[in-house]
Design a protein around this ligand. Structure first.
Ligand SMILES: NC(=O)c1ccc[n+]([C@@H]2O[C@H](COP(=O)([O-])OP(=O)(O)OC[C@H]3O[C@@H](n4cnc5c(N)ncnc54)[C@H](O)[C@@H]3O)[C@@H](O)[C@H]2O)c1
Length: 285
């Protein structure tokens, strides 16, 4: 390990179980010398295994529902007391769509569910930044990171209303990031991660196909949760002090691909073979 976060204080949202990306980030941040507070929604603390992570990383757990300003204010105030000063880094690793959970198709949303999913997955980042900003809780050259997915830019039909939530999340990161940079010298970025087998990821319809397709499309293959954690640590460290307002793709190259030879070979195998002496017929789309 490289002591990249030695002496730094951080808050990690969203570690539910050992598959969670946030779990890996907490483990890596601890290995790099940071002191941490772990947080999640009260219900997730009951259902998940976060106390194991707290023990492993010598961290305290403070429950907070990311849709509640009061919970967030309490979390930030208590974290500064527990950690002994202002905060250097925060990971927002929160996502949930009620429409996805209930199996509502994108074209037939229940808009109350849509609002709840947006509140949890996207507005929560604005709310968190607002509390940190107003309380002047971040140290200069601190770093905020939220996790996102490429459905914010391109169509992935089964990602449903989470695509819109991620587009909002990325926009908020840029808009608030401007004020955080200008006024507090704090950077704000989003990491756009490969599909990853976690509780939230596996909730997306057809996830197995999704992840296998991305693996074949990406020249470096899908990025794992641990690799995402490593990348996140670099953004929390002092090695990336002037990186801000960015949506950073961490996806083995997927986001810049058109087609790969592996996928084209698979596709051609499923096509009817033209008879040897005939001209191939143009297929109907
Ligand atoms: N898994 C993937 O394929 C993938 C790909 C790209 C981006 N992401 C993003 O990574 C982040 C982490 O997801 P994950 O894949 O590790 O899954 P996960 O299910 O382990 O984590 C999601 C977390 O959100 C928390 N959460 C839900 N509602 C909350 C609330 N009201 N307040 C506070 N926390 C709440 C959950 O308790 C859980 O810990 C999410 O933003 C997700 O969209 C995931």
């Amino acid at each position: 390990m490289h002591n990249l976060l030695k002496g730094k204080r951080g808050i990690i949202f969203g570690a539910l179980d050992s598959k969670s990306i946030a779990w890996k980030v907490a483990e890596r941040a601890h290995e790099e010398g940071a002191k941490l507070v772990l947080t999640n929604a009260p219900v997730a603390l009951r259902l998940g295994t976060i106390s194991e992570l707290a023990e492993k990383t010598g961290s305290q757990i403070i429950p907070a529902d990311a849709t509640s300003i009061m919970d967030l204010e309490h979390l930030i105030d208590e974290s500064m007391k527990l950690l002994g000063g202002k905060i250097d880094f925060v990971l927002h690793s929160i996502g949930m769509s009620v429409n996805v959970r209930r199996g509502n198709h994108y074209t037939h949303q229940d808009y109350n569910f849509t609002k709840t999913g947006w509140d949890v997955s996207a507005l929560s980042f604005h709310r968190l930044m607002s509390v940190l900003y107003q309380r002047d809780a971040m140290n200069e050259w601190g770093s905020l990171v939220a996790l996102t997915y490429m459905a914010a830019q391109r169509v992935f039909p089964d990602y449903n209303d989470m695509a819109d939530n991620k587009a909002y999340l990325e926009s908020v990161a840029r808009s608030f990031g401007y004020f955080f940079g200008r006024d507090k010298k704090v950077r704000v970025n989003t990491i756009s991660q490969s599909p990853t087998p976690t509780t939230a990821g596996s909730g997306v319809k057809g996830f197995d196909g999704f992840i296998a397709f991305a693996e074949k499309m990406s020249p470096l293959g899908n990025a794992t949760a641990l690799e995402c954690a490593d990348y996140t640590i670099s953004l929390f460290s002092d090695l990336t002090k002037k990186v801000t307002l960015q949506n950073l793709f961490h996806d083995g190259g997927f986001s810049n691909m058109g087609v790969s030879t592996a996928l084209m070979e698979d596709f051609m195998k499923s096509q009817p073979q033209p008879e040897s002496d005939e001209e191939p017929k143009a297929s109907k789309k």
